[in-house]
Write a protein that binds this ligand. Sequence first.
Ligand code: GLN
Length: 475
Amino acid sequence: MNLNELTIREAKDGLNKKDFTSVELTAACLDRIKKRDGEINAFITVCEDLAMKEAVRADETIERGEAWPLTGIPFAVKDAICTAGVRSTGASKILDNYVPPFDATVIKKIREQGAVLLGKNNCDAFGHGASNENSMYGPVRNPRNTKKVAGGSSGGSAAAVADNMCIFAVAEDTGGSIRQPASFCGVVGMRPSYGRNSRFGIMSMASSLDTVGPIAKSVDDVAFLMEIMAGNDKMDATTVSDAVPNYVEELKKGVKGLKIGVPKEYFELEGLNEEIKELTYKKIDILEKAGCKIKQVSLPYTKYAIAVYYIIVPSEDSSNLARLDGIRYGLRADANNLFDIYANSRADGFPEEVKRRILIGTYALSSGYYDAYYKKAQKVRTLIKNDFDEIFKKVDALITPTSPFSPFDLGEKIDNPLALYLADIMVSPAAVAGVPAMSVPAGENYSGLPIGAQIIGPRFREDLVLRIGKELEKN
Ligand code: GLN
């Protein structure tokens, strides 16, 4: 086995036993990137020199017997997350030259534990998309079949983990951007509860939905990373101060006796691919055999989630992205007056999908329309959240497919924004409700492309989601 194929746990063991060094492990990942990324395009920036320097330092730390939990483990970060001294574009030309002076809180935490930063992952610009075709740095290709998309918006992170270019990645999920690409690439990705992980230093998309979480090769690794990433941060007032559970320890509890809900709306959905349905039912059987009680449930308001999502997200987007005007940082277009600087910088610096959302959002928030759109969407959002609250009085967690269809061809849906928005149909409800959800590999379709199953839990019960994911991964 090549070193770059290891999980965090395996890499840690090997480093601690001195079977190999962090320099060797990091070089193995960088070699893989060199060999494969010309085709996959999972990285916008690779910081080879920095990574090798950090790896040397990690080896010295290990030599002194002082290793921290992630010492010497190479990782990658979605480019919509700020990294100190390393260019962070958000996959949009408007920030092509932006080098943040600080690390996002979750990145700071991970780097303080000794992880080695390899580079920045391609994504849909500012997280807008489900196919990674809205990047101004070219699309990401699915490592299993390069004619297919890797999913989005964190397509580069999922593809980099799946193709063993890094040991793990950190990404952002506003409405599916961790889970859907994780399912398309055959890896594990968790969206935490809203309020669990600090978003300080994440390029804001829709502030009332944005979350940041891990993408990794195993549920163990995701549990381990969540322990490091989670917790209160005074730089993000939405983070809760509850103690962070020992997620790795929780995994040992298994799933016997847990009540699992199968929400009928997700399985009766028009357009749900039959193979995906079958594979998800197989996973449900596995849980039943492991001692879970399976219960059919209903989430009647879930069908409005996608409509609510596509009002709230563009509205908050249009407000958040107003800061990118060519004045303070990023690209500044040539122009003779202030208005044209704004207009030209934004016209050249944003891709079409970002402009579309700014226009829709500005409309939905404008006086006279605010009540009819944004406010109404927020009211329906409460109904969707109540649906989840009620259901979690009856069951411990829910299982659904992650995506209604398997990875599609590059170019297949890009001219039809509505078809791409529908890619979020399974993943947007948990986001709208603020509850944690994780995608785990659920097998392959007939053409060998990965399929994911989604586990959704009550708010702040990532532990339950992880336990169920672990059981599914074993089988
Ligand atoms: N597909 C979703 C969207 O385009 C994903 C967003 C996200 O989670 N960043 O809005």
